[in-house]
Design a binder for this molecule. Structure first.
Ligand code: NAD
Length: 252
């Protein structure tokens, strides 16, 4: 059967977001994704999806900005008439800065992007999903919510709150046929990890990944697979879960 479902993915021009866009499109979803400023990267993702026989469109939107969510959701509805899946993937961080030293503007930027961004989109998609009587939301969290690393305060606070939002939403929206889950990645080979570890091949990176039971960083596609599972009918009885995809967890 042809998959006529639609998905909205934030931050799809690179890293984990790109892998999610490509996998969902390969599974037949029509995918709208947002990008912050990398228009060339976004165009490349659209071209790659179309060359592979899929369908994707990109829309510029800053997740940190109040007011963009209704416009983005409207773009999906105008294009395809329904919205089945929302993946809140866009995220940002400030590695290596203690809470005491975090400038207020940076704290604000991180919480706005990682927590308010998903909150605004959830509010914008719910009326459509409720009307459909079904829908799937996946929030991309992080396994820092189990590790509480020093120097990652704003980020960890934002992701812990995102997990809490996930669990509460699942209870509120379950009766409406909407499932809400989170995926919490461990270290995944992307620009974000490189920024956190002074490069993906640095000594710091080697020591960090050596502390992962599977002895390596993960690949973006490995996160995308977990998300594709959660939004599929194979996960039809799963909601309110935070699924750790982290090689067993770094740090010992
Ligand atoms: P990345 O930096 O490569 O990609 C992040 C994406 O989010 C980029 O496309 C970026 O443009 C977008 N983005 C950032 N701020 C935005 C904003 N204000 N509005 C719209 N888009 C914005 O990082 P990634 O590793 O691919 O991260 C994807 C998600 O996975 C993030 O939520 C991140 O917190 C989470 N995560 C990553 C890791 C890892 O090790 N890479 C681990 C745990 C969690």
């Amino acid at each position: 059967m042809v998959n006529r479902k639609t998905a909205l993915v934030t931050g799809g021009s690179r890293g984990i977001g790109r892998a999610i866009v490509e996998l969902l499109a390969a599974q037949g979803y029509r995918v709208m994704f947002t990008y912050l400023e990398n228009r060339a990267g976004a165009d490349e993702v659209v071209s790659a999806v179309i060359s592979a026989g899929g369908l994707a469109q990109a829309v510029q939107a800053d997740a940190a900005e109040t007011g963009t969510a209704p416009t983005v959701v409207r773009a999906v509805i105008d294009a395809w008439g329904r919205l089945d899946v929302l993946v809140n993937n866009a995220g940002t961080h400030l590695p290596g800065v203690t809470i005491a030293d975090t400038p207020v503007a940076e704290w604000d930027r991180i919480i706005r992007t990682n927590l308010y961004g998903p909150f605004h989109l959830v509010q914008a998609v719910l009326p459509h999903m409720r009307e459909q009587g079904e829908g799937n939301i996946v929030n991309v969290s992080s396994n820092v919510t189990q590790r509480f690393p020093a120097g990652y305060g704003a980020y960890t606070v934002s992701k812990s709150a995102l997990d809490t939002m996930t669990r509460i939403l699942s209870k509120e929206e379950g009766p409406n046929g909407i499932r809400v889950n989170a995926v919490a990645p461990g270290p995944i080979r992307t620009d974000m990890l490189a920024e956190a570890l002074d490069g993906l091949d640095s000594d710091k990176a080697r020591a960090f990944t050596a502390s992962v039971p599977l002895r390596r960083a993960g690949e973006p596609a490995e996160i995308a697979q977990a998300i594709a599972f959660l939004v599929s009918d194979a996960a039809s009885y799963m909601t309110g879960q935070v699924v750790y995809v982290n090689g067993g967890g770094p740090g010992g």
